[in-house]
Structures are given as structure tokens and as C-alpha cells.
Design a protein. Structure first.
Length: 199
């Protein structure tokens, strides 16, 4: 085989191998997608914030809480100030709605492993403040990024997903939410809980 043809064959083979590797990597990253069931995992440290009287304690949290007979709106957030901006359009929409207590489960998991150096303590205090302001919401601190690892989520990226009462994912979003995206999430949530505004 002439050297030029042999070189071309080697180059094409390398490109094809790189393409296959990219496809396999992308496929393996999709552990959490629409129509999938949330994998089982625990977050033991620091864990879920629990209000007990005047005290705020921590307890292990299990992903089996997602579903459990009612829809769940889950926020998995890197411990960075930008996360609040990313989800602000949806938070504003939620604040404007009048939901029956217990109609859905609001779960926020904050990944402390994605915190900027020296800011973990501040982040924990902010989450504790939010927990006291919204006592019915579940708020979890994930010290080692266990949730991100099990769910194979991208690093330093805000993730919001909606699961039905059986724990099946029906909507998944990454990154900053637009107002249109927030409206779409709210519409799906209303359909799941049988809200009067549901189409």
C-alpha cells in the first residue's frame, strides 16, 4: 500500500475511533433523562436539614424521597451564587402560585463539593436560612457531590428536573432557566398535581 494511502487510512481510523469514544462518553453521561427513574443513592453528610423546635439538625437523606406518591420538583445546585440566578425565573413563578400544602415535593440539593474555596460555611448558613423560611421544602447539603456522581450530572451546572409520583423523570433542564423554560416546567407541574390552571 502506498505511504500516502496508508497515512490517509490511519487518519480516518483515528477520527472514527475518536467519534465512537465521544458517542460512548455522551451516552454514558445520560444517567438521568426524561422517562428514566431516579437511581437510588444516599447523602449522609451533612444531609437533610431538619427543623426540630428552635434547632436545625441534619439527617441522612435518601433519593427514594423523590416520588413517594407525589410529584417532586428537584433542584440540584452547585454551591455558587450564580445558582440562584439560574433558577430565579422558576422561583418567581412558584412564589406567585397558590399550591395546596403537600401537593408536590420541593427538593433542593446543594453540592458543597462545587463551592468556591472558603465559602462552604456561608453556603450552609444561607441554606439554613432558606429552610427556616420554607419549612415544608426539603433542603439537603451534599458534602462530596454524591448526587452529581450517581446521577452523572455535569460539574458546576445547575440542574432542575420534575419527577412524577412514581419517581419517573418527566422533565430535565440544565443551566440557567429562561422565562419560557420556567413556564414550561410550571405547566408540567400543574398537569402532575391536577392544578386548576393545568391545560
Amino acid at each position: 500500500m502506498p505511504s500516502t494511502q496508508r497515512s490517509t487510512t490511519v487518519i480516518l481510523s483515528s477520527i472514527f475511533a475518536a467519534f465512537i469514544a465521544l458517542v460512548m462518553t455522551t451516552s454514558s453521561a445520560l444517567a438521568l433523562e426524561v422517562d428514566s427513574t431516579v437511581p437510588a443513592f444516599n447523602i449522609n453528610k451533612p444531609g437533610e436539614l431538619i427543623i426540630e423546635g428552635d434547632k436545625l439538625n441534619k439527617a441522612p437523606w435518601q433519593s427514594s424521597a423523590i416520588g413517594g406518591g407525589r410529584p417532586a420538583l428537584v433542584f440540584y445546585l452547585p454551591a455558587r451564587a450564580s445558582s440562584e440566578d439560574d433558577i430565579d425565573p422558576l422561583r418567581q413563578r412558584l412564589d406567585k402560585e397558590d399550591y395546596e400544602p403537600g401537593s408536590f415535593h420541593s427538593i433542593t440539593v446543594v453540592n458543597l463539593d462545587d463551592a468556591l474555596w472558603g465559602t462552604s460555611g456561608f453556603v450552609e448558613s444561607q441554606v439554613a436560612k432558606n429552610k427556616r423560611a420554607h419549612p415544608r421544602a426539603t433542603m439537603v447539603l451534599d458534602q462530596k457531590g454524591k448526587g452529581r456522581q450517581v446521577l452523572k450530572l455535569p460539574k458546576k451546572t445547575t440542574v432542575v428536573f420534575l419527577a412524577n409520583a412514581e419517581g419517573q423523570v418527566i422533565d430535565y433542564r440544565e443551566g440557567a432557566l429562561t422565562e419560557q423554560a420556567a413556564d414550561e416546567v410550571i405547566t408540567l407541574l400543574h398537569q402532575q398535581i391536577g392544578h386548576p390552571k393545568a391545560p
